[in-house]
Ligand binder design. Structure first.
Ligand code: ZN
Length: 257
């Protein structure tokens, strides 16, 4: 992986956002690989494909690339709120690649979130555009990266340091089983996994997970039986080999991350 961007490629473009898009897409097509299979390249998709920028030629996984000079690890602006929510529900979200570069056109951070790690609770509705806007009333969204469990964040480049490809593919293989869950179940499972990661202990109790009851109820307003749901998801995480039962009401994380 070469961390230098070819800024000269976009000399025909004037707008800084177009320059950034051209340069970063070119870099991605030259340097990114697929974490899901053994393809060592991703292809640039035709420019008119909405919200899809890169495609794995081997397993057909699609990736959306978002690049910027600024790096916000907690949140990233995305497109329309309703289309994002319906994409999550129908399992059609592309995987996300967030890339940050420096003033000197060096790639500094690259974060990849597989498509099956997006949940509705990680999508924040933005305020509708004001009346003076060209698209008045349009509602966009933010992807809250902070609400995605660390297991689903693949750090390909961290502050200019490249992670080994094998390590990234290993991390991907450890979470791949989530893609087999249906989107309505997966949302709950990932939200409980996020709670478990926030507890930040190798061994934890059911009551510690219950302390997220209010937060989880808010994320799933249609569900009144939050505690049984939490227990069910802990069982699911056990089946997915993320944790084991130590004794009643006590769990231990397995070395998945
Ligand atoms: Zn692939």
């Amino acid at each position: 992986m070469d961390l230098d961007l070819r800024a000269g490629l976009a000399s025909n473009y004037k707008s800084p956002s177009q320059v950034a898009r051209v340069v970063s897409e070119h870099w991605a097509a030259q340097n990114l690989y697929c974490p899901a299979c053994d393809s060592n390249r991703l292809n640039q998709s035709p420019t008119n494909t909405r919200a899809v920028d890169l495609l794995c030629p081997r397993c057909n996984q699609v990736f959306q690339l978002k690049s910027s000079l600024r790096w916000n690890q907690n949140k990233i602006v995305d497109a329309a709120y309703t289309s994002m929510i319906s994409a999550i529900r129908s399992d059609k979200v592309p995987s996300l690649v967030v890339m940050q570069y420096t003033n000197f056109w060096k790639v500094w951070n690259v974060l990849l979130v597989p498509h099956f790690f997006f949940t509705e609770s990680a999508i924040q509705q933005r305020r509708p555009l004001g009346l003076s806007a060209r698209r008045a009333g349009w509602v966009g969204c933010n992807i809250l990266l902070s609400e995605i469990p660390p297991d689903g964040k693949l750090h390909l480049v961290t502050d200019g340091m490249i992670t080994e490809v094998d390590q990234i593919r290993k991390q991907y293989s450890q979470i791949r089983s989530f893609s087999k869950l249906s989107p309505d179940v997966r949302g709950w499972t990932l939200d409980v996994l996020r709670a478990v990661r926030k507890i930040n202990k190798a061994e934890f109790t059911l009551s510690e997970v219950y302390s997220f009851e209010v937060e989880l109820a808010k994320a799933h307003p249609g569900n009144r039986n939050v505690r049984p749901k939490i227990r069910q998801q802990l069982q699911k995480l056990r089946e997915l080999q993320f944790l084991e039962f130590v004794r009643p009401g006590c769990y231990r994380l397995l070395g998945t991350k």
